[in-house]
Every structure is written in structure tokens, then in C-alpha cells.
Design a protein around this ligand. Structure first.
Ligand SMILES: Nc1ncnc2c1ncn2[C@@H]1O[C@H](COP(=O)(O)OP(=O)(O)OP(=O)(O)O)[C@@H](O)[C@H]1O
Ligand SMILES: [Mg+2]
Length: 286
């Protein structure tokens, strides 16, 4: 989709930054050095003076899936909400440190949080379709103020593409006019993913998107994410360590507002460096 802000060259238009990057893009070389899309530096978030995130620094690589695991209250949700400045909607919240997207601090002067949230889409744990048709749920974001109007046929194409990407098209293509609220929980969650995709965010944040879903819906969401990472950078918070092991390229383990360990998913699950990570991934606590 046009109109997406891509500082630093647009690789989707075939403008690699270097010959090496060009070769990697052409061959889909997964081993090529990934570029940090998001750089979090010294992030601290507190609510009414109580620190929830106690100084986290990490990189989120472009077109990869970063899984975040950790027990309840370890600040996984707060971390996601720091990336799109949602925490500031909560009273008593204070944020320090930097969140750089493509090198620019999202907390810098002049950054419009509403514009930021178009670049950084969010899917929540509880699917929350709007009381609208399936079709209108998908196109909702594109009808908001400040978004270029699309023709009816462009909207039709967008709806089909987003529902296909969310692995929902085949189940709803014959009833696009019926209410999104009539879908099953697993279908509603995929509808919410399609709605997020329709505004073509560069980064997709998912907060326990499969909690409460059956294994088939869970597998469809994981399959959708595996395809979506070709075009988007994804952060997947999950309370299911097995899901992180299956779906993410890198995994971060959070504990009480701190980053204990971050590494390739294989290393976190088979050769963790920190005893607390090992205890958590083997189910000895959490
Ligand atoms: N709006 C808020 N006001 C006050 N405290 C908050 C707020 N949001 C989060 N917190 C606190 O921040 C800490 C981290 O909470 P958070 O929801 O980020 O954890 P989590 O890892 O997502 O947990 P869970 O696995 O249960 O979803 C908790 O102590 C919580 O009470
Ligand atoms: Mg949470």
C-alpha cells in the first residue's frame, strides 16, 4: 500500500542499501544480518512512582518475530504499550529512555502519537471487533480522518488481501456483510488482525493474541504471522512458552520489569545462559 513512511530507503521498491542487502533480499537469505527496526534504550516506565519497567535496552530486528515471555506482572504489556506510546493514556504513568524507530525517537518533540500508532499496530488479548459488519471492521482504520480515501474496488481488494493474510478469508468470504460479533472467538481474533493489517503498519504488536483460543485458531494465527514477517516487524507477547518456541525468531525473557535474557529462540530454549530463564522455559517456575 502506498503512503507508508519508510525512512532510509524503500526496499519494497527494490532499493537495497547495499549489494549484500540486495543479494539477501533476492534470495530471502535468513542468515543476513538483520537491521534493527526498533532500538529501545534505557526504558523506564512507572505508574504513580512505582517502577514497572526498570531500565530495558534491546533491539527489535526488521522483518523478524521477537517473542516476549515472562510471568504475570513482568511488564510485557507495559513494554508493548511503551512502543506505541499507549502508556501515556494511563494516568500516573511516566516514561524515561528512548524508543527509536528507524533511528528516530518516538518520544521526541513533534511526534504525533496518532500517526505513530498507524505505523505501529496492536492486537490485544481479547478480540474486540467493532459492532459492524466483517467488511466494515476491516476497512475501519482506512476510513478514519487523515487517511486517503479509497475507491470501492480498492476497498474490496484490501478487504480480501487482509482477510487472506489473517487466514480468515475462506471462512467469511460469503458473509462479509454479517456482523463481526457473530464470529467465533478465534475468528474474531483473526478479524482484529485483518483490521490491524488494513492500515499497513510497519510494526505489529500482539499481546497474548492466542490466549483462550483453540489449537486450530492458534495455528492459523501463527501461520499468518510467519507470512507477515516478510513485510512487517512483529513483537509477540505470549504466556505460552511453546508458542514463542514455535513462532518467534528471537525470544526475550522478562522478569519483574527487567530483561533477563534475549537471544535466538533456539538458544533461549535449548541453551539459556541465565538460570532464571532455564527455570522458566522448563516450567520450574512461572
Ligand atoms: N495502568 C496502570 N496503572 C498502574 N499500574 C500498572 C498499569 N499498567 C501496568 N501496571 C503495573 O505494571 C506492572 C506490569 O504489568 P503488565 O500488565 O505490563 O505485566 P504483564 O507482564 O503484561 O502481565 P500479564 O502476563 O499478567 O499480562 C504490574 O505491577 C502492574 O500492576
Ligand atoms: Mg500483559
Amino acid at each position: 500500500m502506498s503512503g507508508v513512511h519508510r525512512p532510509g530507503g524503500d526496499r519494497s521498491r527494490g532499493e537495497p542499501a547495499s549489494p549484500r542487502a540486495g543479494a539477501a533480499a533476492a534470495t530471502g537469505d535468513a542468515a543476513a544480518a538483520p537491521r534493527p527496526k526498533v532500538e529501545v534504550r534505557g526504558l523506564r516506565v512507572s505508574f504513580y512512582g512505582e517502577e514497572a519497567i526498570k531500565g530495558i535496552s534491546l533491539d527489535i530486528h526488521e522483518r523478524r518475530i521477537l517473542g516476549i515471555i515472562g510471568p504475570a506482572g513482568s511488564a510485557k504489556t507495559t513494554f508493548l504499550r511503551a512502543l506505541d506510546r499507549m502508556n501515556e493514556l494511563s494516568e500516573g504513568c511516566r516514561t524515561e529512555g528512548q524508543v527509536l524507530i528507524d533511528g528516530a525517537d518516538v518520544y521526541g518533540p513533534g511526534v504525533d502519537p496518532v500517526a505513530l500508532r498507524k505505523r505501529v499496530g496492536m492486537v490485544f488479548a481479547m478480540p474486540m471487533p467493532l459492532p459492524l459488519s466483517i467488511y466494515e471492521n476491516v476497512v475501519y482504520g482506512t476510513r478514519l480522518k487523515g487517511t486517503a480515501a479509497k475507491s470501492a474496488s480498492e476497498l474490496d481488494e484490501l478487504v480480501e488481501a487482509c482477510l487472506r493474510s489473517a487466514f480468515l478469508w475462506d471462512e467469511v468470504k460469503d458473509r462479509l456483510g454479517s456482523s463481526g460479533l457473530k464470529l467465533s472467538g478465534g475468528q474474531q481474533q483473526r478479524l482484529c488482525l485483518a483490521r490491524t493489517l488494513a492500515v499497513n503498519p510497519e510494526i505489529i504488536l500482539l499481546d497474548e493474541p492466542c490466549s483462550g483460543l483453540d489449537p486450530i485458531s492458534t495455528a492459523k494465527i501463527e501461520e499468518a504471522l510467519a507470512n507477515l514477517k516478510e513485510r512487517h516487524t512483529i513483537v509477540l507477547v505470549t504466556n505460552n512458552t511453546k508458542q514463542a518456541a514455535r513462532a518467534s525468531d528471537e525470544t526475550a525473557f522478562f522478569l519483574m520489569g527487567e530483561l533477563v535474557e534475549l537471544g535466538s529462540t533456539a538458544s533461549i530454549f535449548t541453551n539459556p545462559k541465565d538460570r532464571r530463564t532455564e527455570d522458566y522455559v522448563t516450567g520450574r517456575f512461572g
